[in-house]
Design a protein around this ligand. Structure first.
Ligand code: FES
Length: 68
């Protein structure tokens, strides 16, 4: 893994719960394909904003994976 990928993985996706991108990517690599499944696995979406901020980011992660 190069430095860029490591830095990228450190970016927070769910700010309320402090869950980083790498955590989501790991679950996606393990086969999770829906926003709901990822929320359940990571605890994202259960913070004070109730997923208002992180849901679009999770959707984006899934979309960019579909294209890649
Ligand atoms: S950012 Fe994920 S629950 Fe608020």
């Amino acid at each position: 893994m190069d430095e860029q990928a490591i830095l990228e993985g450190l970016k927070p996706v769910c700010l309320c719960k402090g869950i980083r991108k790498s955590v989501f990517l790991k679950h996606i690599a393990a086969g999770l394909t829906s926003v709901e499944a990822l929320k359940k696995a990571t605890g994202a979406g259960s913070g004070p904003c109730q997923g208002r901020r992180c849901t679009p980011r999770i959707e984006e992660l899934l979309r960019s994976r579909d294209q890649g």
